[in-house]
Design a protein around this ligand. Structure first.
Ligand SMILES: Cc1ncc(C[n+]2csc(CCOP(=O)(O)OP(=O)(O)O)c2C)c(N)n1
Ligand SMILES: [Mg+2]
Length: 443
């Protein structure tokens, strides 16, 4: 076949495919849920609607949709750095006892963090991550949730557990990986979990919790009279993982009642947020997925509380997801494996560690309300320090879990191959007892 004839054949085929489309005057050729025809801008021609953009209109000149033409989402704030409520209508009107619990839980977390950080530096535990500067976003959000709501965390959300009742001994036994640790010493320090408190165990690979949360929320929605939502916390760094995209798109298309709570603390280890993305943060992505969004000051416990309360009501009422973005600043190093002085100037921290510190702001508020007793609060810090030090002392003495337990809980019933591995390990340890620190393990 000559080249020209081949081209002619293709053209004929194209024309014949195009013919039925030209006779699309009849609506019955179109799927029932797409509005079939629309008037072009300034033209009398009728057009079929593209199924991939049903709401979009036609224009006659090309116009780039430029990100710089989109207004950045504003930051909702209730309390300024002097502890004053900017707009009285936004005062959450919490009782004194609730505000006091918020304050004390933030102080407890901050105090415990300082000591556990030092305990890692002394070589007593292998690893630690502090929550400095983000205390308000944990406590404010946890206070706005129901204890029945499920939490899928990343790792820097220990305050949520404090609010729900995870005790100092629960935290420290986990970090010391001893026989009293609810996770049976199987996880790195700070990878907490609590079935009782509806807090799903942390896993190290970034982003894994986000699609899991979207799925869990979808499962809850299918239950009759569901009153439960799911919240998942993640850093702005984890939002660059493919899993975050998958979670956002699943939740949006399946209408999952999930709160995507992004803690934007300005850093993913040493990478500052300005090098992580080009758009309007993480909240700015929500519209692209067809989700609602709210950005707020994450150093303001009341803004966090109001935002999370609103989000909870929204996801349960509408059965839809929402993206919350808590703006904050990571005051501590990323973890004990990091030294942030290598990539940011110490002066940059100063403001966040003083006037913009979430605990300082709430303290100012309490002073204004006449709810702050300096002496009592100093006593509280002392008593927390004492409890933490005593618990470290105790947790260090509790033996490691029975090593045989590492074979358990993978399956509901231990399968034959694991039973064989356990038996072979028992024989091995028995034969070489002198090489193993067996006295450190629970028998
Ligand atoms: C899949 C994966 N990639 C890389 C890492 C290493 N890593 C651990 S934390 C972290 C930074 C996360 O930053 P962000 O999500 O902003 O949380 P933040 O530490 O600021 O709270 C990285 C890159 C990991 N744990 N998992
Ligand atoms: Mg971060």
């Amino acid at each position: 076949m000559s080249f020209l004839r081949a081209v002619a054949n293709v053209l004929v085929k194209r024309t014949s495919v195009a013919r039925p489309a030209r006779s699309l005057g009849s609506v019955k050729h179109l799927s029932s849920d797409s509005a079939p025809l629309q008037q072009g801008n300034g033209s009398s021609t009728l057009h079929a609607k593209f199924p991939g953009a049903l709401e979009a209109s036609f224009v006659t000149t090309p116009k780039l949709a430029l990100p710089e033409n989109i207004e950045p989402i504003p930051i909702y704030r209730v309390m300024n750095s002097e502890g004053t409520i900017d707009d009285p209508s936004q005062e959450p009107n919490l009782e004194q006892a609730t505000v006091q619990k918020m304050f004390r839980d933030m102080v407890l977390l901050n105090t415990m963090d300082k000591i556990l950080y030092e305990s890692q530096r002394q070589g007593r535990i292998s690893f630690y991550m502090t929550n400095f500067g983000e205390e308000a976003s944990h406590i404010g959000s946890a206070a706005a949730l129901s204890p029945e709501d499920w939490v899928y965390g990343q790792y820097r959300e220990a305050g949520v557990l404090v609010w729900r009742g995870f005790t100092i001994s629960d935290f420290i036994n986990q970090c010391y990986g001893n026989a009293e640790d609810q996770g049976k010493g199987r996880q790195m320090p700070v990878h907490y979990g609590s079935r009782k408190l509806n807090f799903v165990t942390i896993s190290s690979p970034l982003g894994t919790q986000i699609p899991q949360a979207a799925g869990a929320a979808y499962a809850f929605k299918l239950q009759p009279n569901n009153q439960r939502c799911v919240i998942t916390y993640f850093g702005e760094g984890a939002a660059s993982e493919g899993d975050t995209h998958a979670a956002f798109n699943f939740a949006a298309t399946l209408d999952s009642p999930v709160i995507f709570f992004c803690r934007n603390n300005g850093f993913a280890i040493s990478t500052p947020s300005k090098e992580q993305y080009r758009g309007d943060g993480i909240a700015g992505r929500a519209a692209g997925y067809g989700m609602a969004a709210l950005r707020f000051d994450g150093t303001d416990v009341f803004a966090t509380y109001n935002a999370t309360k609103l989000a909870r009501e929204y996801v349960l009422r509408e059965n839809k997801p929402i993206v919350l973005e808590a703006m904050a600043y990571r005051i501590g190093h990323h973890s004990t494996s990091d030294d942030s002085t290598a990539y940011r100037p110490a002066e940059e921290l100063e403001i966040w560690n003083t006037v913009e510190h979430p605990i300082t702001k709430l303290k100012h508020y309490m002073i204004r309300r006449g709810w702050f007793d300096e002496e009592k609060e100093n006593e509280f810090v002392k008593s927390v320090r004492k409890q933490v030090l005593a618990q470290i002392n105790q947790s260090e003495r509790i033996p490691k879990p029975d090593w045989r337990e590492m074979f358990q809980d993978v399956y509901e019933e231990m399968p034959i191959h694991l039973k064989e591995q356990l038996r072979s390990m028992e024989e091995h340890v028995e034969q070489h007892r002198e090489h193993y620190p067996l006295k450190d393990f629970k028998q």
